[in-house]
Design a protein around this ligand. Structure first.
Ligand SMILES: NC(=O)C1=CN([C@@H]2O[C@H](COP(=O)(O)OP(=O)(O)OC[C@H]3O[C@@H](n4cnc5c(N)ncnc54)[C@H](OP(=O)(O)O)[C@@H]3O)[C@@H](O)[C@H]2O)C=CC1
Ligand SMILES: Nc1nc(=O)c2c([nH]1)NC[C@@H]1CN(c3ccc(C(=O)N[C@@H](CCC(=O)O)C(=O)O)cc3)C=[N+]21
Length: 384
């Protein structure tokens, strides 16, 4: 049985279970067709506790041992039992429960907010700028606002019409930059096409850049021995999930699918900072599956439903699925449901651990935003 932590296929006679087709339903009962080819040998290492350092933006804010540290033993899975298990199509991967971890983090943030309020009478504040009327953006902003309320963080909002000018957006940023009650500023992306995203992101002062999208923060993330003030929330959430589930990153082969400024690129930089050896796959990569099949850890941030098939995955790999893709579903009240970039049903049978969509990385993005906002308020007020 694959273990979620630190499991790596080491054998050169690696087993390949080739899946054909992909069910788009995460709860579907349809079984993927499995074609066992060779054998698998897996090895795992003992793990120690991880401790998260205070005020290091690459870590979560609180000094605490990670949850669920796992001690895994070296093990060899003999071909017959491994293949038999897979042929029975029993999902063997551990489900990485982002919703649960995000709730824990939000509670930790709420406790930190109360402490700060009690000691200094200061309440952390997060300002969100929303331009236009995209439904998905409005939903995220509403969810962020609710999460702020729950954590005791004060919400500020500027909702501008879709034909708002760049100058108007910049004026709001400047006003939030100068407002001492605001400790974090987020400009919801994407912006309407007539607004220059670079100009807007450059205008957010780096001390309040809780999204971590300012070029100075990204630049520092890319440089050795330099520390960004903030790390982008989604990639930070991915790494936090790996830490909290005791997945060893150091020395592992990681593949990031996607190279966007907000997810793929910073995710690759973070994995590299954690001493993984990282490959980045993008739309111009030929035969992406040749890269992913070698990966111990895959982070997929593409935006294409079910692109990553079971056959792309090395047995025992850990899969972080960032993609959020609506697919038509007449049975769902909304008429659609959300799926990731990865064929979940196939991947569950071959990976050792996987994040679901929804309930995986998405909730972590919001939790990290709250955590970054608290970190910002603490840093500005010099409060530990
Ligand atoms: N869970 C969460 O909290 C969040 C989820 N998301 C979701 O993550 C996904 C990615 O978002 P984002 O990074 O903003 O998207 P972008 O569209 O900005 O980037 C997509 C990336 O995927 C690459 N790509 C596109 N098609 C392929 C392909 N066929 N094979 C390999 N790579 C491909 C692109 O390559 P190229 O560079 O060559 O164009 C690009 O680098 C979306 O589904 C989005 O909704 C995003 C943010 C947060
Ligand atoms: N400046 C900026 N910062 C962002 O971080 C940012 C952004 N712009 N633009 C859009 C993307 C997308 N994004 C998500 C956040 C939470 C969920 C989330 O919570 N998703 C739920 C599902 C929600 C639902 O059911 O609709 C889940 O995956 O479980 C998803 C996506 C942040 N983004």
């Amino acid at each position: 049985m694959a273990s979620p932590s630190s499991m790596t296929t080491t054998s050169s006679t690696t087993s390949k279970l080739v899946f054909s087709g992909c069910s788009t339903s995460s709860s579907s009962s349809s079984s993927p067709r499995l074609l066992p080819l060779t054998t698998a040998t897996t090895s795992s290492k003992c793990r120690a506790f991880h401790f998260h350092r205070r005020f290091n933006p690459l870590r979560h804010v609180h000094l605490r041992p990670c949850k669920n540290p796992t001690t895994v033993f070296a093990q060899t899975i003999s071909p017959p039992s491994f293949i038999a298990a897979a042929m029975a199509t029993e999902p063997s991967a551990k489900v990485i429960d982002g919703k649960r971890v995000a709730k824990e983090i939000r509670e930790e943030v709420a406790a930190g907010v109360s402490k700060m309020k009690e000691a200094l009478g200061v309440v952390p504040g997060l300002a969100v700028i929303l331009v236009g009327d995209r439904k998905d953006s409005a939903t995220y902003v509403r969810n962020k606002k609710k999460a702020c309320e729950d954590a005791g963080i004060k919400s500020f909002e500027a909702c501008l019409p879709k034909d708002a000018t760049e100058e108007e957006v910049l004026k709001h940023i400047s006003s939030f930059n100068n407002d001492p009650a605001v400790h974090g500023i987020l400009v919801q992306l994407p912006l309407p096409s007539h607004i220059n995203e670079q100009n807007v992101l450059n205008a957010v002062c780096i001390e309040k850049d809780v999204d971590g999208f300012h070029p100075l923060n990204i630049g520092r993330l890319a440089m050795r021995d330099r520390e960004p003030l903030f790390v982008p929330c989604t990639p930070k959430g991915c790494i936090e999930l790996l830490h909290r589930y005791g997945v060893v990153i150091k020395g592992k082969r990681a593949v990031v699918i996607g190279r966007s400024n907000i997810v793929g690129m910073p995710a690759a930089l973070l994995l590299q900072r954690e001493d993984a050896t990282v490959s980045v796959v993008h739309s111009r990569t030929k035969n992406p599956e040749e890269f992913t099949r070698e990966a111990d850890i895959i982070i997929s941030a593409v935006g294409q439903a079910n692109m990553v098939k079971g056959s792309w995955i090395k047995p025992g790999a850990v899969i972080i699925d960032v993609g959020i893709n609506p697919v038509e579903d007449s049975e769902s009240p909304r008429g659609y449901r959300l799926v990731g970039d990865v064929c979940y049903d196939e991947a569950r049978q071959i990976a050792s651990a996987i994040t679901p969509v929804p309930g995986g990385v998405g909730p972590m993005t919001i939790a990290m935003l709250l955590s970054n906002t608290l970190t910002s308020a603490k840093r500005i007020h010099n409060f530990n």
